[in-house]
Ligand binder design. Structure first.
Ligand SMILES: C[S@@+](CC[C@H](N)C(=O)[O-])C[C@H]1O[C@@H](n2cnc3c(N)ncnc32)[C@H](O)[C@@H]1O
Length: 198
């Protein structure tokens, strides 16, 4: 079975375009077969997109960006900042690049690769993640530990997870790594969690 986090999806391409209103802005997204949530903005992604806070000059990482919704919203909200979108799935990364252009975003870039490797030399004010929980804790927990190392002091990691798909144990892991971690939003069976590097 092919997962959406495969580096090179083999499923036949079937492009489509979505329109979504996020943070009051109408945005366009090209999607395709073999990428996460191609038919609509995932409800967890939407809840996270509506709830994170950032300064207009923030340096942001959207880790596992898919076709780019979180990074694109962040880039709109931080016009004097810079957003890095990282994705392992090459088809999704190509769509994210196209979606930056489609939405007129110039303060963001997409980098293809595994986890923090493509941004190894960078630190961030904000890291956003709708983590690949289907890939398991062995993939997701190390990403949380690396997120801590890549945050500046006062910087935040925001995650979204299904309440029934381990949001509680994710929060415990946040607390063990950051010394803090709280729910900042809930709805539709999802929770948005935030941890701050103090
Ligand atoms: C749940 S999806 C979220 C996608 C997008 N952020 C959204 O909200 O629509 C998780 C994404 O992480 C990507 N991913 C999984 N493991 C990764 C890794 N090790 N490095 C980078 N991206 C990864 C997957 O390919 C997938 O696109």
């Amino acid at each position: 079975m092919e997962h959406y986090f495969t580096a090179k999806p083999s499923s036949k391409s079937a492009p489509r375009e979505l329109t979504a209103v996020l943070r009051g802005e109408t945005l366009r997204f090209r999607t395709d077969a073999g990428v996460f949530s191609r038919e609509r903005i995932d409800p967890g992604t939407r809840l996270l997109a509506e709830s994170f806070e950032l300064k207009p000059d923030a340096t942001v990482l959207d880790l596992g960006c898919g076709y780019g919704p979180l990074g694109i919203v962040a880039a709109r909200l931080a016009p004097r900042g810079r957003v890095y979108l990282v994705e392992i799935n090459e088809r999704a990364a190509a769509l994210a690049r196209e979606n930056l252009r489609l939405n007129g975003i110039t303060n963001a870039e997409v980098r293809v690769g595994d986890g923090f490797a493509p941004v190894a030399d960078l630190t961030f004010d904000l890291i956003l993640m709708n983590p690949p929980l289907r890939a398991g804790k062995r993939v997701v927990y190390p990403l949380i530990e690396e997120a801590f190392r890549h945050l500046r002091r006062g910087g935040s990691l925001y995650l979204v997870a299904r309440t029934r798909q381990g949001a509680g144990s994710l929060r415990e892991h946040l607390r063990s790594v950051f010394g803090n971690g709280e729910d900042v939003e809930r709805g539709g069976g999802y929770r948005v969690l935030r941890a701050v590097r103090e």
